[in-house]
Ligand binder design. Structure first.
Ligand code: BGC
Length: 505
């Protein structure tokens, strides 16, 4: 090869090398830019979900103010503050065998509870859980109630045959129905609206107990509904049965709610209320709480608009188990759409509610070095191909931000209740009487898979409670888990009100 050709070849090699370098550098720059965009999405989310202690205190104050407004007049607040007609809580004198039916989330439960006649003396209780078939959540009331009545009947028959105690009559039932209900007596009430994905139009405005009673009759099961309670009320009843320092109950499950023991005089909207012991349990329906202090993101707004109940249950949509996974999915989807870090956007990632909160918890709590659980859920559930470990870490961060916000808002809610009843070290909001700052032991009964099974949620909630209340006060506040409280509690309320079930307000 002549000199000239050698020079040409050298130039060609140099040009090719330069071109390859430009492409490689270009790719690297693009990758870095993409990565920056994905990180930016997470950074923005974190900023928008900020819940510093000042904001949490404002929220607790706002909730306490709304509680007063909801007690002052019907429709005075987004908080319904429903009177439950439960004016006595089980004190231990309850005795006998009671049944309970717990309907309101992803599962329903049938229970038999044997009460021994002393505080904390549940001699035995049996539970049978069954998932509610999805199609029944949007079918007709008759189909839904026929289904649960049939399941209850087979539970009762099996139980009584096993125990050798087959009865024809005299069975009494506490019915836990975990939706907003306008109570007409302790054993009956009208459904105000559905939540948590249930949508059975013909039931709204109707008496829930009557519908169940008719279904029981159709199935030939002789049973009298003695109490109709919200799951929060059932939880409070069991909490109080075990520990009379219990003043409130909260549910962190598929949905969220709280109830508490209120003084009769504070219920201004119902003057002259006839209660046996000067108290009434109030079902707050705090899932519908709303305040401009709530840190709302574009994902929350989108979730709300796409839901069957837009503008309703605003607090619930930021806190409860039904929604946390869905918020996380929306964020991950945006990360995938705005970069190609996830490859082609998989269609599964665009499927609403495919990422359920327990899966989100599993990703969040993945302690393996390679974040293999995050990888597994991304690929098995969302069909995202294997992604860089850095990206897995970012997905984990998304779960952390959403759950931390939920838990901290939940803690602010609890403090709001304590504030309202004067158990957070200050004078009760709305009370004109003396100033008592001595802190009494205060127990809040808790139930729900989100709190019980999602450790990070629970830890963030406790951490925030301590931050808001301060260590000295927080020490006196006990969150007590009551297993199957919503169901057992309904049996207890049934027992406590057994002879008065037909009295109306
Ligand atoms: C319902 C409440 C219920 C809560 C927890 C909410 O969606 O409105 O009545 O207590 O879920 O189950």
């Amino acid at each position: 090869m002549g000199r000239k050709w050698r020079e040409v070849a050298a130039i060609a090699v140099a040009v090719t090398f330069a071109a390859v370098s430009v492409v490689t550098v270009g790719k690297r720059v693009r990758k870095r830019r993409e990565w920056g965009r994905v990180e930016g999405i997470v950074r923005e989310l974190e900023k928008e979900c900020e819940t510093d202690v000042g904001r949490l205190r404002q929220l607790a104050d706002a909730l306490a103010v709304e509680m007063n407004a909801g007690l002052a007049s019907e429709g005075g607040s987004k908080l319904k503050m429903l009177l439950t007609d439960v004016d006595r809580l089980p004190d231990g004198s309850e005795k006998g065998i009671y049944y309970a039916l717990d309907l309101g989330g992803t599962n329903f439960r049938a229970l038999q509870v044997h009460l021994g006649g002393q505080r904390s003396s549940i001699l035995s209780h049996d539970v049978e859980r069954q998932p509610i078939p999805r199609h029944l959540m949007t079918s007709t009331s008759e189909e839904l109630f026929d289904f649960v009545a049939a399941a209850l009947k087979s539970f009762v028959e099996n139980k009584e045959t096993c125990d050798g105690d087959v009865r024809d009559s005299g069975r009494e039932l506490g019915f836990t129905f975990s939706f907003p209900v306008n109570q007409t007596s302790v054993s009956s009430g009208i459904l105000i609206r559905w939540t948590k994905g249930f949508a059975i139009e013909d039931m709204v405005g109707k008496d829930v107990s009557e519908s169940l009673q008719l279904a029981l009759r159709r199935k030939g099961l002789d049973m009298r509904i003695v109490a109709l309670v919200n799951d929060s009320v059932g939880t409070l009843a069991l909490g109080y049965y075990h520990d009379p320092d219990t003043v409130a109950a909260v549910i962190f499950g598929t949905g969220t709610n709280a109830c508490y023991i209120e003084r009769r005089e504070a219920i201004i909207k119902c003057q002259g209320l006839n209660t046996s012991f000067g108290i009434m349990v109030v079902n707050m329906e705090w899932g519908s709480f709303w305040s401009s202090h709530l840190p709302r993101t574009s994902y929350d707004i989108e979730l709300d608009l796409d839901s069957p109940n837009p503008t309703e249950q605003g607090f619930e949509k930021m806190i409860s188990g039904m929604y946390l996974g869905e918020i996380a999915r929306k964020v991950i989807l945006r990360m995938a759409q705005e970069s190609d870090s996830f490859g082609v956007v998989p269609s599964k990632l665009s499927t609403p509610f495919i990422l359920r909160t327990p899966m989100m918890a599993a990703m969040h709590e993945d302690e393996s070095q390679s974040l293999s659980e995050v990888d597994r859920i991304l690929s098995e559930i969302l069909e995202v191909p294997e992604v860089h470990p850095r990206l897995r870490k970012l997905v984990m961060k998304v779960c952390d931000i959403i759950t931390r916000r939920a838990a901290r808002l939940a803690a602010a809610g609890i403090v709001g209740i304590l504030k309202k009843i004067g158990r957070e070290g200050e004078r009760p909001l709305g009370s004109r009487s003396g100033h008592d700052t001595t802190m009494r032991r205060t127990v809040v009964a808790v139930e729900g898979g989100l709190y019980v099974s999602y450790t990070m949620f629970r830890e963030y909630l406790h951490e925030a409670l301590e931050e808001i209340l301060g260590e000295d006060i927080a020490r006196h506040v006990v969150l007590q888990v009551t297993e199957d409280g919503s169901g057992i509690g309904a049996a207890l309320v049934a027992a406590a009100h057994s002879s008065t079930a037909v009295h109306t307000r």
